[in-house]
Design a protein around this ligand. Sequence first.
Ligand code: ADQ
Length: 403
Amino acid sequence: MVLAGGEGKRLMPLTADRAKPAVPFGGMYRMIDFVLSNLVNGGYLKLVVLTQYKSHSLDRHISKTWRLSTLLGNYVAPVPAQQRLGPRWFAGSADAIHQSMNLISDERPAHVVVFGADNIYRMDPRQMVARHVESGAGVTVAAIRQPLSMADQFGVIEVDEGGRRISAFREKPTDARGLPDAPHEVFASMGNYVFTTSVLVDALTRDAEDPDSKHDMGGSIVPMLVERGEAGVYDFRDNDVAGQRETERGYWRDVGTLDSFYDAHMDLISVDPEFSLYNPEWPILTSQDPWPPARSVHGSAGRVGMATESLLSPGSVVSGSTVNRSVLSPGAHVHSWAQVDSSVLMQGVQVGRNAVVRNAILDKDVVVPEGARVGVDTDRDRELYTVSDNGIVVIGKGRQVVP
Ligand code: ADQ
């Protein structure tokens, strides 16, 4: 089960019209493609995606892209809010599963893998499931070390002496302490769980009866099972993905804010990228419309189009302009004498002649007219657009940049 109902408020304006897992990432992909690729590459082929807010774009992407062989009984099925328990939307991620529990009773699996949809990483889920089975825990939570300063964004885990069982779990604590061997780090939940089915069903049923619960996986279900001594931990550093370089081991990004979303893009494009999209043994799968090849051409007056340290998706055009440290999505077009630096251009973005775009995220179909400037005058940008804490200028879908 993939939890894909997140609203993604902190990614506004990118989530104005779409659920967070449907936000485009890395030129060619949507965020949800990363978790679905991990599950499908691992051979898990009966997948339901629980959706909620603004799910149209997400549903369309899943239906178009993730068509597994139904002949073999495989599926990736987007499941809308079921409203089985009255005319209301899901209260939280646990309620989403509770309201869709018929999907579990239909399949009768021994284990249920519940993964979030908002993260950028490679993971072989089979290794986590094997650890779960071997440990005899009721739930196993995947965990990764994160800076102590970010503890309030995560479920923070404390483990027992053997390092296998969770002794305490607090969702987004503001007073977390560092690890004994690393005072500036905490052990954070990745929001990925493996459950023994009977334990999941029992916990969801109890949780549903608790009027004070927020009905959230991290806020309610995991703490309940920790208290009952049934929760194990899986250290993500133990995960060994086929074809992955050692330097990529443990790469995981929670792209919940505009700055982390931007930084994760920059991780893709250095000479020796922290996260490589070029691993044929563990491909990140997606589908695209039949765009023509990317091209770099002389623009007007014979000026050479040049792109360095950049990802150019099919259908993108660098015409007599300079593109550096940037990600161009399909159909993005940079015209003569324009300069694009350290930026993410989503599908169909047009950058006019002589325009300058720096440190920016331009959502789908944004038009930067001739000579316009983005990311050059921060005060002006703040008046007109969204500017992140780190000064990244973000312009929402379809907007026309002010000349
Ligand atoms: P958050 O990401 O803050 O923390 P949440 O907002 O519940 O928790 O999102 C978790 C996943 O569930 C996301 O993939 C989201 O899209 C999805 N989701 C949220 N509400 C949903 C709903 N009503 N229906 C369906 N899907 C829904 C979680 C954990 C933390 C952990 C971080 C790691 O709670 O413990 O540290 O993930 O990123």
